[in-house]
Ligand binder design. Structure first.
Ligand code: NAD
Length: 489
C-alpha cells in the first residue's frame, strides 16, 4: 500500500513553551517527521517562544538535539534536518509581560495559516490569548492549540473556556487529547461506521460489557508532587478514557464532520449516570523491593506526602443511560506501576441464545479487542471447531489484525498522534479535538464523583507494584459474574 502524503498549506506555527519538555519530546520531533515526509511545505516557519534567552542559532541547536534524541535513527537525515532547522526561529517572550511580543508580531506573517501552540501551564492561557489579541495576532485566520489539563473541575474549565473565548471563536480553538490522534482510535470509527458487520451488534442486546484499560508500568516518579494535585481520575479518566468511551458508545454521526462527531460524543457524556461509591475502586501503589534488591518508593514517597489520598489507580463501573446501552456496563480502569504497559478497549459480546453443541466446555464469548498500545491493532476472537477427528469440540481462535503487519511498510510508519493532530490544526480540521461543551460536560460528570470521595474522606487501597491493581477492583467485576482481562507483562 503506497502512503499518500498531501502537503498542508504554508503555515507559521508559534510554539509557546518551545523549550519545554513536551515541545522537545513530541511537538518539534513530530514536525520534523512531517517535514521529512513532505507534508510541511518548505516555506513554513516554526517559531519557538519561551522564557529563556536564546538566539535563533541556539534554538536550532536545541531542536537538533531533540531530533537526535527522540526521532528514530533511520529517520535522521542530516541534509533534511539542516533544511528543517533553517525554518526555525526563536523569540524570548514573557507571557505575563511585554517582553518579546513586538518581535513576535513582526515575525508572524500575514496571508499564511497562523497557529499558536500553548504548550505552557494553563494558568498562562489567558495571558497568551490577551497578548495575541493586543498585538494583532488574534485575527479570524489564526488558531490556538491548548494542552491538557483543561481545568481541574467544572468551574476552572469554564474559566479557561471563557478566557479563550474572549479573543477566539470556538472554531479557532483546538483542545488536544492525544489519544484521539492515535491510528487505532480513528480506526474504531472506521470499523464501526464503514462496515455493516459490527453496527447491528453494537448495542445492549448483543454486547455483554465493555472494558477500557490504560495500564502503565511507570510510577509518578519525578512528577510526583505535580501528579498529586490531580490523580488518575482527573489525569486519565475525565479526558482520555472518556473520549474512548464516547467513540464506542456514540450514535453514528450523520457525517464525518467535526461538529457532527462532537455532537454525538457530547450526547454520550450527558447520558452517563452518576457513579455510586460502591462502583469505584481507588488505589495507591505501595513501595516494594526491586529485582536488584534495592527499594522502590511508594506513591506517597514519590508524591512527597506521607498522608496523600490521591489515587494512582482507579477502576469504575460506568453506565450509559440511553436506549442503545441500557444494561451494558462499561468498566474503566487505569493505573501506574501495574504489571504491564497496555491500552486496550475490549468489547465482549453475549452468548449465543442457544447452544446446539450442548454444554460445550471450550466455549468463550466473542471479544473484539482494540489495542492502542503496544502494537496498535485489533483482534476478534471467534469460536471454531477444534481441528481433528475427535468429535465436535470448540476452540477459540483470534482473527488478528496488527496494523503494522497488515499495512506493510506504511503500517510500520504510523504517525505519532502529535504529528497527525498538528497537521489537522493546519488543515483546520477539528474532528479530533475536544469542543468546549464536551470538556465541560465531562467535568460535570466527574466533579460529583471526586467530591463524593473527598467528602467521605475515602482512602485509596494499597496495591503492589507490578500487580494488576487493588484486590477490590477484581471484586467490582466478580460480583457481576465477570472478570477483567489480563494485563500482559
Ligand atoms: P515545561 O515546564 O517543561 O515547559 C514550560 C515551558 O513554558 C518552557 O518553555 C518555559 O519557558 C515556558 N514558560 C513558562 N512560563 C512562561 C512565561 N511566563 N512566559 C513564556 N513562557 C513561559 O512544561 P511541559 O512539560 O513542556 O508542559 C507544557 C504544557 O503541556 C503543560 O500545560 C502540561 O500540562 C502540558 N502537557 C505536557 C505533557 C508532557 O509530556 N510534558 C503531556 C501532556 C500535556
Amino acid at each position: 500500500m503506497v502512503s499518500r502524503v498531501i502537503p498542508v498549506d504554508v503555515f507559521d506555527l508559534v510554539v509557546f513553551g518551545g523549550t519545554g519538555d513536551l515541545a522537545r519530546r513530541k511537538i518539534l520531533p513530530g514536525l520534523y517527521i512531517r517535514f521529512r515526509a513532505g507534508q510541511m511545505p518548505e516555506e513554513s516557519c516554526i517559531i519557538g517562544a519561551a522564557r529563556a534567552e536564546m538566539t535563533d542559532e541556539g534554538y536550532r541547536a536545541f531542536v537538533g538535539a531533540a531530533i537526535a534524541e527522540f526521532v528514530a535513527k533511520d529517520k535522521q537525515d542530516a541534509a533534511v534536518i539542516a533544511k528543517f532547522l533553517a525554518r526555525l526561529a526563536y523569540v524570548s517572550i514573557d507571557a505575563t509581560g511585554e517582553n518579546g511580543w513586538a518581535k513576535l508580531a513582526g515575525l508572524v506573517r500575514k496571508g499564511v495559516v497562523r497557529a499558536f501552540y500553548f504548550s505552557v501551564a494553563p494558568s498562562l492561557f489567558g495571558d497568551l490569548a490577551e497578548r495575541l489579541h493586543a498585538h494583532g495576532m488574534a485575527d479570524p485566520e489564526s488558531r490556538i492549540v491548548v494542552e491538557k489539563p483543561f481545568g481541574r473541575d467544572l468551574a476552572s474549565a469554564k474559566a479557561l473556556n471563557a478566557v479563550l473565548a474572549a479573543h477566539f471563536d470556538e472554531g479557532q480553538i483546538y483542545r488536544i487529547d492525544h489519544y484521539l490522534g492515535k491510528e487505532t482510535v480513528q480506526n474504531l470509527m472506521a470499523v464501526r461506521f464503514a462496515n455493516i458487520l459490527f453496527e447491528p451488534l453494537w448495542n445492549a442486546q448483543y454486547v455483554d460489557h465493555v472494558q477500557i484499560t490504560v495500564a502503565e508500568t511507570v510510577g509518578v516518579g519525578g512528577r510526583g508532587s505535580y501528579y498529586d494535585q490531580s490523580g488518575a481520575m482527573r489525569d486519565m479518566v475525565q479526558n482520555h478514557m472518556m473520549q474512548l468511551l464516547c467513540l464506542i458508545a456514540m450514535e453514528p454521526p450523520y457525517k464525518f464532520d467535526p461538529d457532527a462527531v462532537r455532537d454525538e460524543k457530547l450526547k454520550v457524556i450527558r447520558a452517563l449516570d452518576p457513579v455510586p461509591p460502591e462502583d469505584i475502586v481507588r488505589g495507591q501503589y505501595r513501595g516494594g523491593p526491586r529485582k536488584d534488591g534495592s527499594g522502590e518508593p511508594s506513591y506517597c514517597e514519590d508524591a512527597g506526602d506521607a498522608q496523600s489520598r490521591t489515587e494512582s489507580y482507579i477502576a469504575l463501573k460506568v453506565k450509559v443511560s440511553n436506549w442503545r446501552w441500557q444494561g451494558t456496563p462499561f468498566y474503566l480502569r487505569t493505573g501506574k506501576k501495574l504489571r504491564g504497559r497496555e491500552s486496550e478497549i475490549a468489547i465482549t459480546f453475549k452468548e449465543p441464545p442457544h447452544s446446539i453443541f450442548g454444554d460445550e466446555e471450550g466455549w468463550r464469548e466473542n471479544v473484539l479487542a482494540i489495542r492502542l498500545q503496544p502494537n496498535e491493532g485489533m483482534n476478534l476472537t471467534v469460536m471454531i471447531k477444534e481441528p481433528g477427528p475427535g468429535g465436535m469440540r470448540l476452540t477459540e481462535v483470534p482473527l488478528d489484525m496488527s496494523f503494522a503487519e497488515a499495512l506493510g511498510d506504511e503500517g510500520a510508519d504510523i504517525p505519532d498522534a502529535y504529528e497527525r493532530l498538528i497537521m489537522d490544526v493546519i488543515r483546520g480540521n477539528q474532528t479530533l479535538f475536544m469542543r468546549g461543551d464536551e470538556v465541560e460536560a465531562a467535568w460535570a460528570w466527574t466533579d460529583p464523583i471526586i467530591q463524593g470521595w473527598e467528602a467521605r474522606g475515602d482512602k485509596p487501597r494499597g496495591y503492589d507494584p507490578g500487580s494488576s491493581g487493588p484486590e477490590d477492583a477484581l471484586m467490582l467485576l466478580h460480583r457481576d459474574g465477570r472478570r477483567w482481562r489480563e494485563i500482559r507483562e
